[in-house]
Design a protein around this ligand. Structure first.
Ligand SMILES: *Cc1c(COP(=O)(O)O)cnc(C)c1O
Length: 381
């Protein structure tokens, strides 16, 4: 029997998202600058709920990360510590400014940067530590912040996957000097493409607005704070359009509900996969006591020899499960550039053995049972 196709992700969209977009016509404001209604609503929502000092809506998490590199004055030869097991933008943002990523291995239980290893890689050239809260599960932030303070480094949270996840009761994105969120359609809360730069270190607030607006003080001009706007600094066009913000605001208002639904799905996978883990066939994600996660991804790891076979087996049954990052240190671009003779053994092992399961609002419990039962059957044969 052929079951109905099960996609890896179906981006969530209700009616309110589209109704909000219709409402924009009344205000005659389509760009995100100035006093655009929905942009301001989203900004306030994020600042209030994440409890950061300031929020700037931008067109992607990539944009927010690029702004971080500009704000930190990254220049040729500066070193930035980060995991190799991450999305390209984490590194690209700094490489664009001449910075050099220094890759640290991951904790095999969470796939987050191995915090205990960070200090070994700090040199006189180190400027910042970028942590990635993989799958919405927090890094060990107390330790990260302690190391950063001791060596006077900035901390950036790549919280692309981590909206509404917590570390010891604090929202992710409220801990580092700066943080980046993503509202790409592959993330829990989305607006097609979008992102936010979250600022916790006050010294960055003023300059960030200038960088976002092509290096000008147009933001002040739009708010009638200055008579003309001028070229003040380097910058680019990083603002999120009001059209996307209108969509996003509807999603933010449902964010707790969306997260709760995802957690139910995540918990079902976790329950149904327990036996296979006890039997030693797979490993499930580990959730440290200090974190409450947002169920961004459900992943398992298997022996390398089984991984692609399981993905193909599911594909034959119309189920789309996926692998994930090719580690940045072993990617084609890195062959010409960044050289590092260190052991990233667990990064390599885990990237070759991970499978991410379908997870979206509307995925039924019976479908989760079907997927997990098929994987159990795979191991029986
Ligand atoms: C999705 C993602 C990004 C990029 O987000 P965009 O909004 O698409 O630019 C960056 N870092 C991580 C860890 C991500 O998962």
């Amino acid at each position: 029997m052929i079951n109905k196709k099960i996609s890896f992700n179906i981006p969530y969209c209700g009616d309110e998202e589209l109704l909000n977009i219709k409402k924009i016509k009344l205000q005659n404001h389509y760009s995100g600058s100035g006093n655009a209604f929905f942009s301001k609503k989203c900004t306030d929502w994020l600042t209030k709920n994440i409890k950061c000092k300031d929020t700037l809506l931008v067109h992607s998490c990539t944009a927010a990360l690029e702004m971080c590199a500009i704000l930190l004055n990254i220049k040729h030869g500066d070193e930035i510590i980060m995991p190799s097991y991450t999305f390209v933008s984490t590194a690209n943002a700094f490489v664009l400014r001449g910075g050099k990523p220094v890759f640290v291995d991951i904790d095999p239980k969470t796939l987050n940067i191995e915090t205990k290893d960070i200090e070994k890689f700090i040199t006189k050239k180190t400027k910042a530590i970028v942590v990635v809260h993989y799958a919405g599960i927090s890094c060990d932030m107390d330790l990260v912040m302690k190391i950063a303070k001791k060596h006077r480094l900035f901390v950036i949270e790549d919280a692309a996957q981590a909206i509404l996840s917590k570390y010891k009761g604090k929202q992710l994105g409220s801990i580092g000097d700066l943080a980046a969120l993503s509202f790409h359609e592959t993330k829990n809360i989305h607006c097609g493409e979008g992102g936010a730069l979250l600022i916790n270190n006050k010294k960055f607030i003023k300059r960030a607005r200038i960088i976002r607006d092509k290096g000008t003080n147009r933001d002040d001009f739009n708010k009638n704070l200055v008579k003309k706007y001028e070229w003040k600094d380097i910058g680019s066009s990083y603002c999120l359009s009001e059209i996307n913000a209108a969509f996003l605001y509807a999603q933010l208002n449902k964010a707790l509900h969306i997260t709760k639904k995802r957690i139910q799905i995540w918990n079902n996978y976790h329950k149904y996969f327990k036996k296979l883990e006890i039997e030693g066939k797979i490993a499930r994600p580990f959730v440290p006591k200090y974190t409450k996660h947002n169920a961004h991804t459900y992943w398992i790891t298997t022996e390398i020899k089984h991984r692609n076979k399981i993905i193909s087996y599911l594909k034959n049954k119309n189920i789309n499960a996926l692998f994930h990052y090719i580690p940045l240190h072993s990617s084609p671009f890195n062959k010409n550039g960044i050289k590092q003779k260190i052991d990233l053994r667990l990064t390599e092992l885990k990237s070759k053995s991970i499978i991410r399961m379908p997870l979206y609002i509307g995925l039924k419990k019976t479908e989760i049972a079907l997927i997990t039962n098929l994987i159990k059957k795979f191991f029986k044969n």
